[in-house]
Design a protein around this ligand. Structure first.
Ligand code: A3P
Length: 310
């Protein structure tokens, strides 16, 4: 076994512990426990769409696809009437990452947003606002092969000042533990894999979005009850390729005052990078890959959940 793979393997945290001073180890610094606690009473609406992912699994891609479907394939008609649709985030200004600036709670903006809303979150099942299940809002869960998730996250962190504190080995070793961002990856994904046949849950895989885009766009349109013609479907497939998406994000940045909020974390780091299957091969050693496969088999083996790795 890899030396670092001995960190805590924990059961689901008790959300109520957020009421005390306990600081969960797995929320990133820009997600405040007080916000997660407050979100427990967030008012969902039956026509809400919530995209749920473990980070780096295609959150923004799924969001833009669903938004384009609602806008019948026209970028200019995508509703961008709130600052940002990420439920638990608080950062806003471009300077937030470096300087102390007032925080804006995105969920308070989302609370005022007219329906229909499309929002997204990385919160694990056990910390999701219960209202989302009570009103039967629609949940689109996007999962990605875990090796590419790790590689993508590592590349992303590498662009931040945190890079000097987070080594590849640290991140790799934390993946199945309570120390991984938003909780152990397998717990996050499996909690929604179990719900995949629920009529209000659509479980998607990043690799299928990449390999069978027409099918996935149709599936999303049906799921969110917004039928589209074949022409519109084809248009959306074209627009949600990596290159076209980057172009659109650039347009937003140039034309909207706060356009960068839709495309960049902390106002600086693009959510749209390489967008390929298999980049993990540039990061895993042979030994890490073998050990990871064993770890994965132990956790996913019996569940029927499988991924494409190239
Ligand atoms: P890479 O870092 O591997 O390039 P999230 O939105 O959950 O943060 O996920 C980010 C990952 O999704 C990044 O992966 C990003 O490049 C990829 N991505 C974003 N838009 C995409 C698209 N239209 N097609 C394919 N991948 C996309």
């Amino acid at each position: 076994m890899h030396k670092m793979m001995v960190l805590v393997e924990a059961s689901a945290p008790d959300p109520l512990r957020f009421c005390g001073s306990w600081m969960p180890p797995n929320l990133p610094p820009h997600v405040l426990p007080a916000v997660v606690e407050d979100l427990q009473t967030f008012r969902f609406r039956p026509d809400d769409i919530l995209i749920v992912t473990s980070p780096k699994s295609g959150t923004h891609w799924a969001f833009e696809t669903a938004a384009l479907i609602k806008a019948d394939g026209v970028w200019e008609n995508v509703k961008r009437d709130t600052l940002k649709n990420h439920l638990e985030f608080t950062l806003l200004n471009k300077e937030s990452y470096d300087k102390s600036v007032p925080l804006i709670m995105f969920y308070k903006e989302l609370d005022k947003m007219p329906s229909p809303r499309i929002m997204f979150t990385h919160l694990p099942h056990e910390l999701l606002p219960p209202g989302v299940f009570e009103v039967n809002a629609k949940i689109i869960y996007t999962a990605r092969n875990p090796k590419d998730v790790l590689a993508s996250l590592y590349k992303f962190i590498g662009l931040t000042p945190d890079a000097k504190f987070v080594t590849w080995e640290m991140l790799y070793s934390s993946f199945f533990t309570e120390y991984f961002m938003y909780g152990p990856w397998h717990r996050h994904v499996l909690s929604f894999w179990k719900l995949r046949n629920d009529k209000n849950v659509l479980f998607l895989k990043y690799e299928d979005m990449k390999k069978h885009p027409s099918k996935i766009v149709t599936q999303i349109a049906e799921f969110i009850d917004h039928p589209i013609s074949d022409d519109v479907r084809d248009e959306i497939v074209k627009k949600t390729t990596m290159d076209q998406m980057k172009k659109e994000m650039k347009r937003l940045e140039e034309t909207l005052e706060d356009g960068y909020i839709f495309s960049k974390a902390f106002g600086k780091l693009s959510y749209f990078q390489k967008g390929v299957i298999g980049d993990w091969k540039n990061f895993f050693t042979v030994a890490q890959n073998e050990e990871f496969d064993k770890q994965l088999e132990e956790r996913l083996g019996e569940t029927g959940l499988e991924f494409d790795y190239e």
